[in-house]
Design a protein around this ligand. Structure first.
Ligand SMILES: [Zn+2]
Length: 56
């Protein structure tokens, strides 16, 4: 039970661009949990697997 809540929180956490701190879009999550999500920044064009996580 507790683990499920934790996973959910992680999924909905805000991801920020490591270059410009703009909120990132998640792309390439089509194959589900097996593939790590890839992030894309609309502002500076950054794309990759590294994202800063914003603490609420
Ligand atoms: Zn950016």
């Amino acid at each position: 039970m507790e683990e499920g809540v934790r996973i959910r929180r992680k999924l909905f956490g805000k991801k920020l661009c490591p270059n410009c701190l703009h909120p990132l879009k998640v792309i390439g999550a089509l194959s589900g949990w097996v593939t790590p999500p890839r992030y894309f920044c609309e502002k500076c064009g950054y794309s990759g697997f590294v994202a800063l996580e914003k603490a609420d």
